[in-house]
Design a protein. Structure first.
Length: 463
């Protein structure tokens, strides 16, 4: 038997068959674009961005198989064979009895929490992401973050920093009572905590705590395949298991999930709710019909259902996942070499810069993460996103006083199958210049903001 050589260079396991032109801009132009956008990078037109690392949600490139599948999309309003293929693929990967399509992950969250939560309820999670938290709070419920202490320390090296603190979970149940907790969630991987994975052992421990109280366990499964690959690499007993086997085991401990197929579905739009509860599934379908569409399309075109069906199978390929994690690791390790403090170890879908440590002269009340994001764009046309007090700061409605977030991070999210090595090297060159100028970066103040999810539309001014 011939054994293939193992080389250090991890190549992209694909070739490029279609390209999109990038347009260079001058520093003076970017300065004007920033002012016009009120220093909110969500408001900058994409044609004015050179390297877009704002999000990995729906921004990836689809495969030839997905494009081929698009052509057989059946747009029947009800009972489409495209839905049948979508449903079959989801059940094959996740194993849930009932599959409810939605136009994206936040729609799945809204339906789930609308059906399961009421005012005064408490929903624990390792760390809620922005739309998850907002949908819970919109119902008048409380979103409680219970990540392990290591998950709050950017410098700490731990193989599964996304884990939930099961002791805190136990205490929460004892303090508020099981009847106040309609469900518990685990976000895999833990996006707000640096894209860090959750171990299989932790999943089992969480389930063990919940089971005696009859509290259902749900996953935010947007990056389920990346989490499964981390388990294969880092957790004993899983090295010889396939990614699909690991995923099925993870999901076997859950009662359901929400999923944004714009991440590990490798699609540009779409999502779903998975559940094993027939009664709950019917309630969710009733609400789906009211706001999203019939249960066999859920706000999606048949062609989108086809793309997701294929993407969910492709994302399980280990060559792809190996390249995916290697890309993030390369970016993270070289940022460390420059001197950037990042959330360690590098996560699966993004690198998170610790802006609070990088910019100690900017207090949290002046949003160091937002300042760093603006500077990266100004210097090189790179769009990133703040994950700190702009996104997660809490304002007291009575006093107007703001409690800052625990961490001030800037996320460089990597779209799937999209950027080349030279793109990442360019990001690093720009980051190096920003690092040299870090002491001159100024803080920001908010001049306008909405009540919910303010980071999307808030307006800023440099101080």
């Amino acid at each position: 038997m011939t054994i293939e050589k193992s080389y250090r260079t991890v190549i992209e396991p694909f070739i490029i068959k279609s390209v999109q032109t990038l347009r260079l801009t001058t520093r003076e132009q970017r300065e004007q674009y920033l002012k016009e956008a009120h220093y909110n990078l969500f408001k900058i037109k994409s044609q004015h961005v050179l390297i877009d690392l704002l999000t990995d949600s729906g921004t990836g490139a689809m495969s030839t198989e997905q494009w081929a599948a698009l052509m057989r999309g059946d747009e029947s309003y009800a009972g489409s064979p495209s839905f049948q293929r979508f449903e079959e693929s989801v059940k094959d990967v996740f194993g849930f009895k009932y599959v409810i399509p939605t136009h994206q992950g936040r729609a799945a969250e809204r339906i789930l929490f609308s059906v399961m939560c009421k005012k005064g309820d408490v929903v624990p999670n390792n760390t809620h992401f922005d739309t998850t938290r907002a949908n819970i709070e919109y119902r008048g419920a409380i979103a409680e973050d219970l990540v392990i202490p290591e998950g709050k320390d950017p410098k700490k090296i731990h193989p599964f920093k996304g884990n939930m603190d099961v002791r805190k979970l136990q205490r929460l149940i004892e303090d508020v009572g099981a009847k106040k907790i309609p469900l518990c969630m685990l976000t895999i991987t833990n996006n707000s905590g640096g894209g860090q994975p959750v171990s299989m052992e932790n999943v089992k421990e969480v389930k063990k705590v919940l089971e005696p109280f009859g509290i259902p366990l749900y996953f935010d499964a947007a990056r389920f395949a990346e989490n499964a690959y981390f388990i294969k690499l880092r957790e004993g007993g899983y090295q010889d298991k396939s990614i699909k086997e690991i995923v099925r085991e993870m999901m076997s401990y859950a009662d359901g999930c929400t999923m944004s197929a714009k991440k590990d579905g490798l699609a540009n739009i779409g999502g779903f709710i998975g559940t094993n509860d027939e009664v709950l599934a019917q309630e969710e379908k009733d609400l789906l019909i009211l706001t999203e569409g019939f249960p066999t399309y859920g706000g999606l075109a048949g062609r989108d259902l086809e793309a997701i069906a294929v993407g969910l199978q492709e994302v399980l390929e280990e060559d792809y996942l190996r390249y995916r994690l290697a890309e993030a690791k390369y970016l993270g390790e070289r940022l460390l070499e420059i001197g950037y403090p990042i959330v360690q170890p590098p996560g699966g879908h993004a690198i998170y810069i610790d802006a609070k440590t990088l910019l100690p002269h900017i207090p949290q009340s002046e949003y160091p993460g937002q300042s760093l994001s603006a500077e990266l764009y100004l210097e090189g046309g790179i769009r990133t996103v703040e994950i700190g007090s702009v996104m997660f700061g809490k304002i007291d409605p009575k006093t107007g006083k703001e409690t800052p977030a625990e961490m001030e991070l800037v996320r460089l999210a990597l779209p799937r199958r999209t950027h080349t090595q030279s793109h990442i090297d360019y990001v690093l060159e720009v980051a190096k210049d920003v690092y040299k100028n870090r002491e001159n970066i100024k803080g920001m103040k908010i001049t306008k903001q909405p009540k919910f999810l303010r980071h999307f539309t808030a307006e800023f001014e440099p101080i």
